[in-house]
Design a protein around this ligand. Structure first.
Ligand SMILES: [Zn+2]
Length: 594
């Protein structure tokens, strides 16, 4: 914990103090500007060494990786292009912890946090002292299943006591499955004006409480949310907890009733926020006009740290260093080799090159998203963004290139640059994808995404340098080099063409209706901020635009992206709904036809 809060301050000191002290390669030592397999492997070995601790944002290992990149940018004579030298700091939520006072008292008995009860990470920090209403599963379902635990039940200003999951437990195929997310149950309790919700495990479950752990994109739901032990809950219903559940599961109907028992709980949670940087360097073009147009070449340098549940690790039970040699030390090795060779040959460049190493990509593209929302240059002067994420495991001389449809000339340019190399180019037109180029694509920047494919070590501690195909990567980086030289001296800048959706597939697929907006993942705004609205989409037609914050749909509050998704799940094609949005200080009301 020690460095977490003082992180941003010390970082600046270490980098600039350390250049001469800790750089692992004295400036100018390696004068061969060529892109070589050996240098690529050296970079990957350093960045994926156990000492780098899997480069989790804010960690010491991440700090050393940042120093390494900055030292190489300096050695290669790049211009610092961040607001803070080579750095662009941004805030990142690393965790959540208990705040000052957390207490639960019922009928004079106080209970222990973490043992008898745990607040859920999306609970609001507030104090509620009130009676309770037993509210079954906390459902409000009006589709093939009819079940409303709030019908004819006044829960206003009270606690509701609710079982987790549903009548057929947590089976994903049940009709109740889409109604069991705890966040949705909390939102419904809030809709019914409850002041707080007490979740209890079902009979038969081992009575483990959900640990307090931050999850990306998480914001407070607006009421107090506690997970309490079965023994507390049983006490509240006079020892009838098991019978009550049995009745619900047998009758498949609500059985809500008030309980005159005061529950007094104070919840205070605090997010642990650290400041972590993107690393940005520039090579200025030589043409008096075109030098003010830019090609962005980017790659993320962060990885999963020690993994663990919720980290995105595919070996979640192993709390060991996830080295991330391919993901994405390989991409950074590409950035460093390109920095060296492009800088050495900068007289060949008409347009300028910005090389970016993003942080917190694994947490939801946070670094690149921060950049496009806080660009250091006018984003419309970026003529193309080239992203390299996992380019170290080439097989069969093949590389996948995404985004080739985001500008009409890209395929030709790639084939020209590949002429002598004869790499098998597997081109796919879509601009959106699970890496940093997506942040640029949704802002109408033509993108190309280089990727050698997933593999059995992906997001596991075994993603080590020994598996890297450095010779294959050299070919890919050579290709990116030639492509960059071509792009930098094109007479006309590449035109942008939309190629596929501007949002993750799964969001689109799981709803019957769409608003045609791009949710702003990671936004901490109250409501759902959008990164854009498709012109011809329902929201676009109603006048919604980038930066708007949706706060109400059909008279129902929207406090975050989850509320939005749950509301969308209840709407049908053709529905016309009133949508309230915040634009700056103003609140506007729009009619949207879905
Ligand atoms: Zn990656």
């Amino acid at each position: 914990m020690k460095h977490r809060f003082i992180f941003s301050f010390t970082l600046g000191l270490v980098i600039f103090a350390g250049c001469s002290l800790v750089s692992n390669q004295s400036p100018g030592e390696n004068l061969n500007p060529e892109i070589t397999a050996n240098e690529i492997l050296d970079h990957i070995k350093y960045l994926s060494d156990d000492k780098r601790e899997g480069r989790f944002p804010g960690s010491n290992g991440s700090q050393e990786a940042i120093e390494y990149i900055v030292n190489h940018f300096k050695k290669d004579g790049l211009e610092p292009a961040g607001p803070n030298g080579f750095l662009q700091p941004f805030e990142f939520i690393v965790g959540i912890d208990y705040g000052e006072v957390n207490q639960l008292e019922i009928a004079g008995t106080t209970y222990e946090k973490g043992i008898d009860y745990i607040p859920l990470e999306f609970s609001s920090s507030s104090t509620v002292e009130s009676d309770i209403v037993f509210s079954g599963y906390g459902f409000s379902i009006d589709d093939s299943v009819q079940w409303n635990d709030y019908a004819n039940s006044d829960v206003e200003g009270k606690w509701v006591l609710v079982f987790i999951d549903g009548p057929d437990s947590d089976s994903p195929h049940s009709d109740f499955a889409k109604h069991t997310p705890l966040r949705k149950k909390a939102m419904l309790a809030r809709d019914n004006k409850a002041a707080g919700i007490l979740f209890v495990n079902q009979a038969g479950d081992n009575d483990t409480l959900i640990p307090l752990k931050h999850s990306p994109n998480s914001t407070a739901v607006g009421i107090s949310v506690l997970h309490i032990s079965r023994s507390i809950a049983d006490g509240l219903v006079g020892g009838r907890l098991e019978i009550l559940q049995k009745e619900l599961d047998e009758k498949l109907a609500p059985n809500s009733f008030p309980i005159t028992q005061r529950v007094n709980a104070e919840v205070s949670l605090k997010k642990e926020i650290v400041e972590v940087p993107n690393v940005i360097g520039m090579i200025r073009g030589s043409d008096s006009v075109l030098k003010d147009e830019y090609i962005v070449i980017g790659a993320h340098f962060d990885h999963l740290g020690y993994g663990g549940g919720g980290s995105g690790s595919l070996a979640p039970d192993s709390a060991v260093v996830h080295n991330g040699a391919d993901d994405n030390a390989s991409g950074i090795a590409g950035i460093l080799e390109l920095a060296e060779k492009l800088s050495f040959n900068k007289k060949l460049l008409k347009r300028s090159i910005i090389l970016m190493a993003y942080n917190a990509e694994e947490e939801g593209l946070l670094g690149s998203k921060y950049y496009v929302n806080n660009p250091t240059i006018d984003l419309s002067s970026v003529i193309a963004m080239i992203n390299m994420d996992m380019i170290g495991r080439m097989s069969d001389n093949k590389v996948t290139i995404g985004g080739t449809g985001t500008s009409p000339g890209f395929e030709t340019l790639l084939n020209e640059a590949n002429e002598k190399k004869k790499i098998q180019l597997k081109m796919s037109p879509e601009g959106y994808g699970p890496s940093d180029h997506a942040s640029f694509y949704i802002n109408d920047v033509p993108v190309l995404f280089f990727f050698t494919g997933t593999h059995e070590n992906y997001h596991k501690p075994s993603d080590d340098w020994e598996h890297i195909n450095a010779t294959g990567e050299k070919q890919i980086v050579d290709l990116v080099y030639d492509l960059t030289i071509k792009l930098s001296s094109l007479d006309e800048k590449p035109a942008f063409t939309e190629a596929g959706p501007k949002e993750p597939n799964q969001t689109r697929r799981s709803f019957k209706v769409t608003f045609g907006v791009i949710p702003s993942y990671g936004s901490q705004e109250e409501g759902m901020e959008i990164d854009g609205a498709k012109k011809e989409g329902p929201a676009g037609k109603a006048g919604m635009e980038k930066g708007d914050v949706i706060i109400e749909i059909g008279g129902k509050e929207i406090k975050n992206i989850y509320d939005y998704m749950y509301r969308l799940g209840e709407l049908k094609p053709g529905d016309e709904v009133e949508v309230k949005i915040k634009r700056g200080e103003k609140v506007l009301s729009l009619k949207v036809t879905l």
